[in-house]
Design a protein around this ligand. Structure first.
Ligand SMILES: Cc1cc2nc3c(=O)[nH]c(=O)nc-3n(C[C@H](O)[C@H](O)[C@H](O)COP(=O)(O)OP(=O)(O)OC[C@H]3O[C@@H](n4cnc5c(N)ncnc54)[C@H](O)[C@@H]3O)c2cc1C
Length: 368
C-alpha cells in the first residue's frame, strides 16, 4: 500500500523538507548515495544572508566560521565597494551545516538512508510505493530525468580552492571579479574564512564548452588574486555545477522537485540554499494538504512561484544584463552607480536574496 513520502537527496534542501514533513507526523524516508551527509559539502561556498538564514528556521549558529559586512566588486580596473555597519551575511562550514540539518530531520522523526544511490528505474518503483516522491537530488537530478521534467536551460560549472596563510586585507568582505577575459556569464570570487584562510573560486557558463579548472588557472593570474595568495598554500580544490534557471515545471503526477533539482537558484550569484529551503517549506505544507485532504500537488508549483518567482526572474534579468555587458560598459555602469550613491545605498538597504525589496526601497525613496 502507498504510504508516506520518499525524498531522493539528503542535501540541505531535502533534509529541511524531511524535517518539516516529519514534524507533521508524515512518514518520511530520505535516500542519498553518499555515505556521510558531510561528503561533498565543501564543493560549494557557504555565504548566507543573516535574514535569509533566520527565515530557514535552521539552528545554524554552530556552523558559522566568519561574518561578512560587504563586498568589493572589481571590473575593468574599477572598484565598487559596498559596506554595511552591521553583519549582512555569515560564512558557514557547509559540512557542519549539513550535519545540523540531518540531526534536525532525524530528531523530527525522518529516516535517512545513506549509501543508497537511486537509479531512474528505482524512481519509478518509489512512485508506486510512496504517496509522493520528491527530487531533492541536486543540479543533475535523476528524479527529474526519470519523471520527464523539462530541462534546466543553463548551468554554471565551478572550481573553488581553499588556501592557508593568504594575505587578506579585509577579512569581512567577499571580492568579486567580473571580466570577459577571465570567464563567461559568471565571475571569480574570494571568500575569507578567517584572517588567513581564503576561498578562491570561479564559475563559467556551460554554454562556453570550456572547463572551470582552466578558468580557475586564469583567475590565479589576476594581480589582486596573486597578491592575496603570495606565500599561501592550497589545502583543497573542488569542481561542481550550479543550475541557474528554474525548470518550467516542478510537479508531475505524484512527483515534485525542490532546491537545485528544481533550479530554485539565484542566477546572479548561484546561491540556492535560502530559496531552496524556503520552497521546501512550501512543499511540506502542500504535501501535507495532498495527503490529508487530497488537494492537488499543483498547489506547490503555484505557491512557490507566487512567493519567489518574481525574485528569481529579477536575478535572471540581472544575470543576463551583466553577462551581455562588455568590459568598458561594465566599468561605465559601475562608475555611474558610484556617482549616484549606490555604494552607500546598497550598504544600507541591499538585500542579497530579494532584488524586489531593493526595487521597492528605490521606488519608495524616489517617491519621497
Ligand atoms: C561553488 C559553489 C558555491 C556555492 N555557493 C553558495 C553560497 O554561497 N550560498 C548558497 O546559498 N548557495 C551556494 N551554492 C549553491 C548551493 O550549494 C546549492 O544551491 C545547494 O547545495 C542545493 O541544495 P540541494 O539540497 O538542493 O542539493 P545538493 O546540495 O546538491 O544535494 C543533493 C543531494 O542529492 C544526492 N543525490 C544526487 N543524486 C542522487 C541519486 N541518484 N540517488 C541518491 N542521492 C542522490 C547527492 O548526494 C546530494 O547529497 C554554491 C554552489 C557551488 C557549486
Amino acid at each position: 500500500m502507498k504510504e508516506g513520502v520518499a525524498i531522493v537527496g539528503a542535501g540541505v534542501v531535502g533534509l529541511s523538507l524531511a524535517k518539516e514533513l516529519a514534524k507533521t507526523g508524515i512518514n518520511v524516508d530520505v535516500y542519498d548515495s553518499k555515505g556521510d551527509v558531510k561528503q561533498g559539502a565543501a564543493k560549494a561556498s557557504g555565504i548566507f544572508s543573516v535574514e535569509g538564514l533566520a527565515r530557514t528556521g535552521i539552528q545554524y549558529k554552530g556552523a558559522v566560521v566568519n561574518a561578512l559586512d560587504g563586498a568589493k566588486i572589481h571590473a575593468g580596473g574599477e572598484l565598487f565597494s559596498v559596506s554595511s555597519r552591521s553583519t549582512k551575511a555569515y560564512v558557514l562550514d557547509r559540512g557542519i551545516f549539513a550535519e545540523i540539518c540531518a540531526d534536525e530531520a532525524a530528531r523530527a522523526g525522518a529516516s535517512i538512508v545513506l549509501g543508497d544511490r537511486v537509479t531512474r528505474e528505482r524512481v519509478l518503483e518509489l512512485k508506486k510505493d510512496y504517496r509522493v516522491v520528491v527530487g531533492a537530488d541536486g543540479a543533475v537530478s535523476t528524479v527529474a530525468s526519470a519523471c520527464g521534467f523539462p530541462p534546466v536551460n543553463e548551468y554554471v560549472l565551478t572550481y573553488k580552492a581553499e588556501y592557508e596563510d593568504a594575505v587578506i586585507e579585509d577579512a569581512h568582505k567577499v571580492e568579486l571579479f567580473f571580466s570577459k577575459g577571465l570567464t563567461t556569464r559568471f565571475f571569480g570570487w574570494t571568500v575569507p574564512y578567517s584572517g588567513s584562510k581564503l576561498e578562491v573560486g570561479i564559475g563559467i557558463s556551460n554554454r562556453k564548452g570550456a572547463s572551470s579548472y582552466t578558468a580557475f588557472r586564469r583567475l590565479l593570474t589576476n594581480p589582486d588574486i596573486k597578491s592575496m595568495l603570495k606565500g599561501a598554500k592550497m589545502s583543497a580544490g573542488y569542481a561542481s555545477i550550479i543550475p541557474i534557471d528554474a525548470r518550467k515545471k516542478t510537479v508531475i503526477g505524484n512527483s515534485l522537485l525542490v532546491g537545485d533539482a528544481a533550479g530554485q537558484v539565484k542566477a546572479t550569484t548561484g546561491g540556492g540554499i535560502i530559496f531552496g529551503v524556503s520552497c521546501a517549506g512550501i512543499a511540506a505544507k502542500c504535501i501535507k494538504k495532498y495527503i490529508d485532504n487530497g488537494i492537488g500537488l499543483g498547489a506547490y508549483e503555484e505557491e512557490w512561484r507566487k512567493a519567489f518567482g518574481l525574485d528569481l526572474r529579477l536575478h535572471k534579468m540581472l544575470h543576463s544584463y551583466y553577462s551581455a555587458l562588455g568590459e568598458k560598459r561594465f566599468k561605465l555602469m559601475m562608475k555611474s552607480a558610484k556617482l549616484m550613491g549606490f555604494e552607500n545605498f546598497l550598504g544600507a538597504y541591499g538585500d542579497m536574496d530579494r532584488p524586489s525589496l531593493i526595487l521597492k526601497r528605490i521606488l519608495f525613496r524616489g517617491s519621497i
